[in-house]
Design a protein around this ligand. Structure first.
Ligand SMILES: [Zn+2]
Length: 432
């Protein structure tokens, strides 16, 4: 079935949904230890569950942890195994996601978009804009992030479900819809009941620019350095005091600047200090370490441990501890065990007239964690750019192409993935 004649309908539907979903405040909070990290994420979860039921789905659940899980039964004549599509409902805590007031720029003329509040989208700075001359672009009003990451993904999956409801003849396997909380704080699949899912394969709709596909991501570690100082009156501290602030500063200054996010791109990894708190009695540093090769991550963790050791020796009265925790691993090898996952995906994208761009992602997604847990999960573009800040923008056309990609994968999946395809084993114990 050709999707071309349905483009106007899909455009209207996905745009309307997107504009509605971004107005729901769903910022997550990395300092909270509940799931979801913020109760407000339930607001969107309940809206989506209600809309899925209105679209005729009967198997729709909002779990106690804020996950929306819904199922569209397979087309009668399709015996291919089920597949899941995921998107996350939260937005990044780096920028405000409250009172999002999207601006719509129809028939973009290729010039500078003066978004407001000092935010300007200039094609000389953001050349991707040039690919969307004549298209409708949605931006912020300059005061918040937009939330295209990942409400575009949510809107695209919802539009695909609506399309399937209206076209019962369209071939598709059983489709699982999963909307997750807390992806932006790295906990998007922590409480997902993986063993209860019907699917053993999934796709996340959480990538960037139109055409981009990600089946390789960073290996990610978080490193916590705790520095317990030794305090004594500064007037009589000579030879005695261990100043936690000073030690923290030395440690940070010893990180190689050539291995920072500011200095790297492509396949190079980095150290990135993300938070420092405390006073001269007690200080804490949070750092993230990223690299496509796990050995490079281990080398960096070892370097921080060596630095801490050296600072400990120089400040015998301090107590410095380093704790490293794995956040997610590169998904490349596990996805490669099921080549049809990427084959169908690139074929789907090509067939709707878009050139697939297969880039390693300098970040991670729910898909990376899910892949580790036994559901190989490549990531598909949702269409947005400049994520996590007020310069975020998205062309409506990209959301339509993403929706068409979902629908086309479902059709190809029905035709190509054999009912007896060997399935990966679920490993819920991998969950942190
Ligand atoms: Zn995202």
């Amino acid at each position: 079935m050709n999707l071309q004649p349905h483009r106007d309908f899909l455009t209207e539907d996905v745009q309307e949904r997107f504009l509605r979903y971004v107005r729901v405040h769903t910022t997550s909070d990395r300092h909270a230890d509940t799931t979801p990290s913020t109760q407000r994420q339930f607001d969107l979860a309940h809206i989506l569950a209600g809309e899925l039921r209105d679209l005729g789905l009967t198997d729709v659940t909002v779990t106690e942890f804020g996950y929306v899980i819904a199922r569209v039964p397979a087309h009668d004549e399709v015996n291919a195994p089920p597949v899941a599509f995921l998107a996350h409902m939260d937005t990044a805590p780096d920028s405000s996601g409250e009172d999002v007031n999207p601006r719509i720029w129809e028939n973009y003329d290729g010039g500078v978009l003066t978004v407001g509040h000092g935010i300007v989208l200039d094609p000389t700075e953001y050349p991707d804009l040039r690919d969307f001359v004549g298209e409708t672009i949605i931006t912020t009003d300059g005061t918040t992030l937009l939330g295209a990451d990942d409400k575009a993904g949510v809107a695209e999956i919802m539009a695909a479900v609506r399309f399937l409801g209206q076209h019962p003849e369209y071939p598709h396997p059983e489709l699982e819809i999963i909307f997750t909380p807390d992806e932006e704080i790295g906990r998007g699949v922590d409480k997902l009941p993986v063993t209860e899912l019907h699917s053993r394969f999934a796709y996340t709709m959480d990538g960037g620019k139109e055409g981009s596909v990600e089946a390789e991501c960073f290996n990610a570690y978080r490193v916590h350095v705790d520095i317990q100082g030794y305090l004594i009156h500064p007037g009589s501290a000579r030879g005695k005091m261990a100043n936690a602030v000073t030690i923290a500063g030395r440690l940070l200054a010893a990180l190689p600047q050539s291995e920072s996010p500011e200095a790297t791109d492509g396949r190079y990894g980095f150290y990135c200090p993300v938070e420092i708190t405390g006073d001269y009695g007690h200080a804490r540093i949070e750092m993230i370490i990223r690299d496509f090769e796990i050995d490079e991550v281990r080398r960096r963790v070892a370097y921080i441990e060596k630095l801490a050791d050296a600072l400990q020796t120089a400040n015998p009265r301090a107590r410095i501890t380093v704790t490293a925790t794995q956040q997610y691993l590169n998904m490349r090898d596990r996805i490669a065990e099921y080549p049809f996952l990427l084959e169908l995906l690139t074929e789907a994208i090509t067939s709707i007239g878009v050139t697939p761009i297969l880039d390693p992602i300098r970040g991670g997604t729910d898909g990376a964690r899910l892949t580790e847990m036994g559901l190989p999960t490549p990531n598909i573009f949702a269409g947005g750019l400049n994520f996590h800040g007020p310069a975020e923008w998205i062309p409506v056309r990209s959301m339509v192409r993403a929706t068409e990609t979902i629908l086309t994968i479902l059709r190809l999946w029905s035709e190509r993935v054999a009912p007896d395809t060997p399935l990966p084993t679920v490993r819920p114990e991998v969950r942190a």
